[in-house]
Design a protein around this ligand. Structure first.
Ligand code: SF4
Length: 261
């Protein structure tokens, strides 16, 4: 099946989060999976999805190998609470070995191109391998998270990932609405929120922020001139794209993009 050739009746632009999810399950069934990093948006979506289809929901997460210990504990709690399996995607051992040998384990602090290289090997390539097996995926992206995310659609064709369908059911939700839903429904929340982390990623690349700072300012805080994105949703471009491609070619000289294993 080639998705762009398939005829859809798209949900209304003002469809609720639950209506968007229900539409996804009806259209794609088990060809759709929820991606979560165990931040509040992902956990809210898992809660909504499990209320719609029970333990039939397919959930995956990317274990970069550098996550906070609290994230692993929350993962176990989510598994227990919803009775679901969470598929963990891990980086390719050969790609990791090559990167770590060439640049060392903390390459992300050296410059933006090396930081994006680390995100590529640990996050982006495992994600791409998984998405190549799906018809649709569900993300927790919201328009108010960061400048690059201001025009997110609730449902779109994901050209960066082979034209599968991308659902962002909470696109028009505020952070307050997410936490309000989580509190009212008893959704397990990441304990680092209570310690001043508004956005939680890998341990070495995330820190708490001061009152008044933007939520994303705690991610890769040593970078001040690049988008605060890892590449899962938006590719690097311009100068960073070229530097990053050179680095990638160095460590994966015979690379073929995103082989599905
Ligand atoms: S967030 Fe940091 S540790 Fe995690 S993949 Fe990106 S650069 Fe590497």
């Amino acid at each position: 099946m080639t998705l762009p050739e398939r005829k859809f009746t798209w949900p209304a632009r003002d469809a609720s989060a639950q209506e968007v999810l229900r539409w996804g399950f009806e259209e794609f069934g088990r060809g759709m999976a929820v991606c979560t990093s165990f931040q509040a948006t992902g956990s809210v979506i898992v809660d909504m999805a499990s209320k719609l289809v029970g333990d039939d929901v397919r959930v995956f997460s990317i274990d970069t190998g550098r996550l906070h210990e609290e994230t692993y504990k929350l993962l176990s709690e989510v598994r227990r609470r919803y009775g679901i399996t969470v598929q963990l995607l891990v980086p390719d051992a050969e790609e990791m070995g090559s990167m770590l040998t060439k640049h060392g384990p903390n390459l992300f602090y050296e410059d933006s191109a090396r930081r994006k290289l680390c995100c590529e090997i640990r996050k982006v390539r495992p994600l791409k391998r998984r998405l190549a097996t799906l018809d649709a995926w569900v993300t927790g992206l919201r328009r108010d998270q960061h400048g690059t995310r201001g025009r997110i659609d609730k449902v779109s064709v994901d050209e960066e990932h082979g034209g599968i369908v991308k659902l962002s059911p909470l696109a028009d939700w505020s952070s307050e609405r997410v936490f309000d839903y989580a509190n009212r429904h008893g959704v397990p929340l990441h304990p680092l929120y209570a310690k001043g982390y508004p956005s939680i990623g890998c341990q070495p690349c995330t820190r708490p922020v001061s009152p008044g700072e933007s939520a994303r300012s705690g991610r890769w805080w040593w970078e001040d001139d690049v988008d605060k994105e890892c590449g899962m949703h938006y590719s690097a471009n311009g100068r960073f794209r070229r530097e990053f491609d050179l680095l990638l070619d160095e460590i994966l000289p015979a690379r073929q993009p995103y082989l599905v294993k």
